[in-house]
Design a protein around this ligand. Sequence first.
Ligand SMILES: *Cc1c(COP(=O)(O)O)cnc(C)c1O
Length: 360
Amino acid sequence: MVDRIYNFSPGPATLPYSVLEEAAKDIVNFNDKGIGLIELSHRSREFMAVAEKTEILVRELLSVPDNYKVLFLQGGASSQFFMVPMNLLGTGKKATFLNTGVWSKKAIKEAKIFGEVEVAFSSEDTSFNRVPEDDEYTVAPDSEYLYLVSNNTIYGTQFAKFPEKDIMLICDMSSDIFSRTLDVSKFGIIFAGAQKNMGPAGVTVVIIREDLLNRTPDNVPTMLRYQTHADKGSMFNTPPTFAIYCVGRVMNWLKDQGGVAAMEKRNQKKAALLYGAIDGGNFYRGHAEKESRSMMNIAFNLPTPELEARFIAEAAVIGLDGLKGHRSIGGCRASIYNAFPREGVEKLVDFMTEFAENNS
Ligand SMILES: *Cc1c(COP(=O)(O)O)cnc(C)c1O
C-alpha cells in the first residue's frame, strides 16, 4: 500500500483503499475482459450487471422496501433541491422546511420557485449550531411534505432521531447516508450525492416512493421527471458509469464490514473519541450543541483564529489533512465518514492533546 495521508475532507472524501485499488485495475481492464470499465457501453451486458448489482446492494444495505425505486441521477444533490419541488409541488401546493444550514437554505430558495414554502424552524440566528426537537415546531397541515437535511455537513449537526410527525419526510442525506440504520418507509424521497459517504462525485442516489412518480406537472421537461428515470432503470440517457461502479464497490465493502448497523457502531465510537478530546479541557470548543452533534462532521474552534490556522498547518505536516472548517463558519472540521479509519481519529486526538498542551 502506498503511503496514505489521513483525509478529513468533507467531500469528495476518503474512500476505502481496497475500492481505489479495484477501480484502478478495472479502469484499465474490467474483469479481465480486455476493455476498460470507463470504455464500456452503458448498455453492455457487463455494465448492466454492474448497475444492477449496485442497486441490489443499496436496497439490501438500507432495507429499501419494494415500493421504492432507487435511481442514479446526475447534477449533484443540488439538482434535487429543484427536482423535488418541481415534481411534487405546483401552484397552491405547500411544503414545510426545517432550516438547519446552507444546504436547507438552498433547497428552500428553489422550492419557492414551484410552490409555497413554510419554514417551521430555523437555527440560523445561532450559526446553525443545532437541529430541532419534534416539539419545537409544527408542520402546516396542508403541506405535501416536511423537508430536512439529516446531517449538516458544514456545522456538524445531525438529527439523532428523525421527526415523528404525521407527514411524509423528504430528506437530503448527502453526508450521512449508509452511516446508520433507518426506516426508509418514513420517507417519500431520500437523496444523497455520492461523494461523501458512497463513492466519487458524479452520481446522486435518489430513493423514491413509487406513488410519487406520477404527481409531476405536465410542463416539467422529460429529463427532470423522476418517472422518466424510474421507467428506464436510470438509463434514459448515459448514466455516470464510473461513479455507479464505485458506489457498487463501496457498498460491497460496506457489506464486508458487517453492514450499516455495524458501521453505525464504529461511527459512534470514532465520533466519541473526537468529542472526548474536545470536551476534555477548555482549549477546544465544539460548534454544535451536544444533543445535535454529528457522527460524521465534527466542527470545532480553538481559542483564536491564529491558533486555528497553526493547528491546521501543523496537522497537515504529520499527514492529517483537510481540517479547515467551511468558509462560512471558519474554525476546524474533521469529517469522518464510514471509510475514514479509526487510526486516523486516534492520531488526530493525540495531536489535539499535544497541541493544546503546547499552546495553552
Ligand atoms: C455536499 C452537500 C450537498 C451538495 O452536494 P452536490 O452534490 O455538490 O450538489 C447537499 N447537501 C448536503 C447535506 C451536502 O453535504
